[in-house]
Design a binder for this molecule. Structure first.
Ligand code: PMP
Length: 439
């Protein structure tokens, strides 16, 4: 048995000063199977965070493992010099499924940050402007450009980004809305927020903005949904001056939100580009921009490439993963099991003043942990996470107040496993409530 101190000591070389781990006692994941993972001490867990929403199809899926193994035995090469068959197949499939109509192209990279960098590059080139709009509370990556437009101060460096960013106000969950007089689903609220965007563009930008980038459901922000009515209003405002819409689907793609294959689809609007990563590779390092051809082509005449973008291994694995998602209709499962789990969470929350709100859809659900006056309660979120671990369930954390508990298992999760997890959540909440009384 390795002590927590020994484990941390062994990982010293990869622990820069800003890294903080989820649990008091660090955990090393050694292997996984379906929606379960095991730590290096042999403890079994239900994986209800999917490695930050990365695991869509589950762990150790034979079809995906075999595709990667087979490709590794053939060739592993640079992705940019020669044509790669699986890259084309994957791109064609993504275009076929994409929420964008007309002529499209795909640009492959290796992460979500790179995908957003590329989409922003294409948009700013195409529009000949380096001004962008982003949402408060958003997260778009850890590269220099994407950090500079991320709408959470904790994730932003003090050094400046090359992009000029102006933040729009997302209609937050009703619980902490700055426009408190409206309820989240009130169409008047959505309209007021869209009108606010029109004013913002007029008063805080030069008027010639390249693009707006937004997550349909803010991931790191704590699974905050942008209401469809709001997205429709935003699109109308953007269309008035030709501003492009980039939907950051790094967390919301591939059926995660249950009702639709892409997060943006619920609103019915058509974005100009979508960005993908995480679930695209089910754990492999791959990202992509899918967009209108004339925008993706905006670097024509220049040079731009990513050595590993869409390489042999990542595209072989991602293609097998996408086929697995479609063949097993994982979106339907996310809708059904997610709906069941949300009902359980809503019932659980009724009994506890610690949960201010249950939100999200499909298998992207969150609990907003609050104090007596509705203020963010990050300590309760930490205790809840720990209590879940002790009951064999891994969940995530997030939110601007670090007080949101994020629940996002692989989309293969069964109803029985969701029941088991719901029982663990109920117990964990009771324990957290007791601790709050004592504390
Ligand atoms: N966009 C969103 C919505 C994300 O959640 C993340 C990662 N949390 C990123 C972009 C960046 O992805 P990566 O960490 O793969 O660079």
């Amino acid at each position: 048995m390795t002590s927590p101190e020994e484990l941390l000591k062994r990982h010293k070389a990869v622990m820069p000063g800003w890294i903080s781990l989820y649990y008091d006692e660090p955990m090393e994941i050694s292997h996984g199977e379906g929606f379960k993972v095991w730590d290096s001490e042999g403890n079994e867990y239900l994986d209800f965070f999917g490695g930050i929403v990365t695991t869509i199809s589950g762990h150790n899926i034979p079809e995906i493992v075999e595709a990667v193994r087979e490709q590794a035995g053939k060739v592993m090469h640079s992705s940019t010099l020669y044509l790669i068959e699986n890259q084309v197949k994957l791109a064609e499939k993504l275009i076929e499924l994409s929420p964008i109509s007309g002529d499209q192209k795909v640009f492959f990279v290796s992460s979500g940050s790179e995908a957003n960098e590329a989409a922003l590059l294409f948009a700013t080139q195409h529009r000949r402007s380096s001004e962008v709009l982003a949402m408060r509370g958003s997260y778009h990556g850890g590269s220099f450009g994407t950090m500079g437009i991320t709408g959470q101060s904790t994730w932003r460096p003090t050094s400046r980004s090359a992009l000029d960013v102006t933040y729009a106000m997302p209609p937050h969950h009703s619980y902490s809305s700055l426009y408190g007089r409206y309820e989240k689903d009130d169409p008047e609220f959505a309209k007021a927020c869209a009108d606010d965007l029109r004013n913002l563009i007029r008063t805080a930008t030069t008027g010639h903005v390249a693009a707006l980038i937004a997550e349909p459901v803010q991931g790191v922000g704590g699974f905050i949904e942008l209401p469809p009515e709001y997205i429709r209003g935003v699109k109308e405002v953007l269309d008035e001056t030709g501003i492009l819409y980039i939907s950051d689907e790094v967390q919301t793609a591939f059926g995660r939100t249950g009702s639709h294959f892409w997060g943006i689809e619920e609103s019915g609007i058509e974005p100009d580009m979508i960005t993908l990563a995480k679930g695209l590779g089910n754990g492999l390092a791959i990202g992509a921009v899918v967009g209108r051809a004339e925008i993706v082509d905006s670097m024509s005449g220049k040079l731009h490439l990513a050595t590993f973008g869409g390489n042999h291994i990542s595209t072989a694995g991602a293609l097998a993963n996408l086929n697995y998602i479609l063949d097993n209709d994982l979106q339907k499962n996310a809708d059904e099991v997610g709906g069941y789990l949300k009902d359980r969470l809503v019932n659980m929350a009724k009994e506890s003043p610690l949960v201010g709100e249950v939100r999200g859809r499909g298998l992207m659900l969150a609990l907003e942990m609050v104090g007596p006056d509705g203020e963010p309660n990050p300590a309760a979120a930490v205790r809840f996470l720990q209590a879940c671990r002790e009951r064999g369930v891994l969940v995530g954390k997030g939110g601007i107040g670090a007080n949101a508990v994020r629940i996002s298992p692989p989309l293969t999760i069964t109803r029985e496993a969701a029941e088991e997890a719901a029982r663990a959540f109920e117990e964990a909440l009771a324990v957290t409530g007791e601790a709050a009384k004592v504390g």
